[in-house]
Design a binder for this molecule. Structure first.
Ligand SMILES: [Zn+2]
Length: 255
C-alpha cells in the first residue's frame, strides 16, 4: 500500500473506508471536502505516525466504501504495513464501540494526551480493548497437529487457538485449550512470537509445544477434525500474513 507518513485512515461506524481503487490512506488535503467528526493519532509504528479521521456521515462520500480488511491485510507487503492497518482497524472498532462511560454512562471524550477516552464527569479512562489469546503449534516427532474449525472454509486447517481466561497464565491457556479442543496433553511449551489480530481485538501470543500423551479427539463443536501432518503432506493452511502460518513455517524450517 506504500506507507505515507502523516496520512489518514478514514472511518465511519466500525468500518475503515477505501476509495474505488481500494486505497485506504488519504492526505490531509483530501479531507477538506469531508465532514470529519473527530481526528486522532494512532500509536507510532517504526517511528512513523498515522492518523484516523472519523466521518460524520459516510453517505455523503459516494466514492468511499467499506474496506475488506482480510483482503487488505493479506496484501500487505511487510510487518509494518500489517501493523499499521491492524492498529487502525482495532482503534476504529474501539471508537465505535465505547462511546459512554461504563461507570456513570456520561458520553466519553477523546483524551488529549493518550490514545484513550476519558469521562468528563468521573474521570474514568477507557483504552482500546485488547483480548489476549494463545495460538499454538503442537509437534510430535516430524509431524504437527492442525485442526479444521467450524469457522473455517472447507479444507482449511490451522493451529489451535483460544482466549486466555481471567487469572490464567498463557502457558496454562495453551495446555487447557489443546486439551479442550483435541483431548491431547502437551509439554515443553515455548513462546515464539506475537501478533495483533483485528477480528475484532485479539492479541495473539504464539507458542510451540510438544505432544505428551493422549489420542486426538476433536471436541465436535469448535474443532470438527484434526490430525498429525508431515511437511510433505500439509493440507490447505492459512495465508502468509497470519501468525498461524508463521508458526507452521517455523515448524517446516526446523523439522
Ligand atoms: Zn464516568
Amino acid at each position: 500500500m506504500g506507507l505515507q507518513e502523516n496520512s489518514y485512515f478514514l472511518s465511519a461506524g466500525e468500518s475503515l473506508l477505501c476509495d474505488q481503487n481500494e486505497r485506504f490512506l488519504f492526505t490531509e488535503a483530501e479531507l477538506e471536502s469531508l465532514d470529519v467528526e473527530v481526528r486522532f493519532d494512532l500509536p507510532e509504528i517504526s517511528n512513523k505516525s498515522y492518523r484516523i479521521a472519523v466521518l460524520k456521515d459516510k453517505g455523503k462520500c459516494l466514492l468511499l466504501g467499506a474496506l475488506d480488511l482480510r483482503s487488505a491485510l493479506s496484501q500487505t507487503a511487510n510487518e509494518d504495513e500489517f501493523s499499521v492497518l491492524s492498529a487502525a482497524a482495532q482503534v476504529v472498532t474501539w471508537h465505535a464501540s465505547f462511546k459512554f462511560c461504563p461507570r456513570c454512562a456520561t458520553k466519553l471524550i477523546m483524551d488529549e494526551a493518550d490514545l484513550a477516552k476519558v469521562c468528563p464527569s468521573c474521570g474514568h479512562h477507557q483504552y482500546p480493548r485488547l483480548s489476549p489469546c494463545i495460538i499454538v503449534l503442537v509437534r510430535k516427532d516430524d509431524k504437527c497437529l492442525l485442526a479444521h474449525s467450524s469457522k473455517f472454509k472447507s479444507g482449511r486447517y490451522s493451529t489451535l487457538a483460544g482466549f486466555i481466561e481471567a487469572g490464567e497464565s498463557a502457558e496454562h491457556a495453551v495446555e487447557r485449550e489443546v486439551m479442550e479442543e483435541v483431548g491431547v496433553k502437551v509439554k515443553n511449551i515455548e513462546y515464539v512470537c506475537s501478533q495483533s489480530w483485528p477480528f475484532p481485538h485479539s492479541f495473539m501470543l504464539g507458542f510451540m509445544a510438544e505432544y505428551s500423551e493422549g489420542e486426538i479427539t476433536p471436541d465436535g463443536e469448535e474443532i470438527l477434525s484434526a490430525d498429525w501432518f508431515s511437511v510433505d503432506d500439509l493440507p490447505t493452511i492459512p495465508p502468509k500474513f497470519t501468525i498461524s502460518r508463521q508458526l507452521i513455517d517455523e515448524f517446516i524450517k526446523n523439522v
